[in-house]
Design a protein around this ligand. Structure first.
Ligand SMILES: C[S@@+](CC[C@H](N)C(=O)[O-])C[C@H]1O[C@@H](n2cnc3c(N)ncnc32)[C@H](O)[C@@H]1O
Length: 276
């Protein structure tokens, strides 16, 4: 009962403050990420997880050229990027895609894109020691949400993008762009209306199946759709959306790694478009 009341309040609030955010489009210059020391990143873990995490972190740092991120990030953000990178590496290794030399990718719903460095590094360096040319675009429907430091989600996203070449954050909802991308990612799309409302989006904008189909149609022949969900219930509902949309699932599995801790397990789903 109390939960329903809270959802109703979220709903009412979203009808007022989402349009206001879109009207005022809050942006502020000057946001800088303060680097933190990365010594003993996994000391809080017990063995053997600690050694596994340290070995994975040092391998990923070298293989994916993470030095710039290592020296300009908070500890927590660096660890979370390592986790996202490990998820993407695991997804790619599962289906072994043939990426072109120039790769075009889109991420739907990046929020403040705290993981953009991992996503970019995975696309650029996965099985490509010579470095791939990557164009990466993030489409965010609610880019002007204001955080407690009075910078917007957009400001935070740009700070996380930093000096990455070919990366753009677009503050609009994703729309279908037929056969445009080699890779489309969706990290934690809203599958349940309650999450959509809690994040402050108006109810009329909730349409996970339409967004899924838009993502799928935007993938080039031979390209990949990678979706990450949290918790078994969300993953199961996601699979049902894919089934109803006739999107063939190539792989679906739970991803475990000591690199970062979440309360709910992460599930990866991969769909590959047929070659034309
Ligand atoms: C649960 S958050 C996931 C954030 C982030 N991807 C992550 O890994 O934590 C979902 C995000 O999708 C955004 N979103 C929802 N519908 C969207 C749409 N149609 N186009 C673009 N972004 C959308 C929301 O505003 C929110 O920032």
């Amino acid at each position: 009962m109390l939960q329903r009341l809270f959802l109703f309040l979220h709903l009412l609030r979203s009808l007022i403050d989402y349009p206001l955010r879109q009207l005022f489009r809050w942006r502020r210059k000057g946001l800088q990420i303060i680097n933190e020391d990365k010594a003993s990143l996994y000391n809080h873990l017990a063995e053997p997880s600690r050694s596994q995490a340290e070995a994975a972190a040092s391998r990923l740092r070298e293989a994916y050229h993470l030095e710039p991120l290592y020296s300009t990030s908070t500890r927590d953000n660096y660890q979370e990027n390592l986790y996202y990178l490990a998820m993407l590496e695991s997804a790619f290794s599962t289906v072994s895609p043939q990426f072109p030399e120039k790769l075009n990718a889109a991420d739907i719903g990046p929020s403040h894109w705290f993981y953009v460095q991992a996503l970019y590094a995975a696309l650029k360096w996965w099985r490509c020691p010579a470095e791939r040319e990557v164009t990466l675009t993030g489409f965010e429907r609610d880019a002007y949400r204001i955080y407690s430091d009075l910078y917007s989600r957009y400001d935070h996203a740009l700070a996380h993008i930093g000096r990455l070449q070919g990366v753009t954050y677009i503050p609009v909802a994703f729309k279908v762009q037929p056969a445009s991308y080699h890779v489309v990612t969706q990290f934690f799309p809203f599958i349940f209306l309650s999450d959509h409302l809690k994040w402050g989006l108006p109810p009329a904008m909730f349409n996970p199946s339409a967004l899924l189909v838009a993502a799928w149609l935007s993938i080039k022949p031979g390209g990949l759709l990678i979706i990450v969900n949290q918790g078994k219930a969300e993953h199961t509902a996601q699979l049902e959306h894919l089934r109803r949309a006739n999107i063939p699932v190539q792989a679906a599995f739970v991803f475990n790694s000591p690199l970062y801790h979440y309360n709910l397990p992460r599930f990866i789903t991969i769909a590959c478009r047929e070659h034309g």
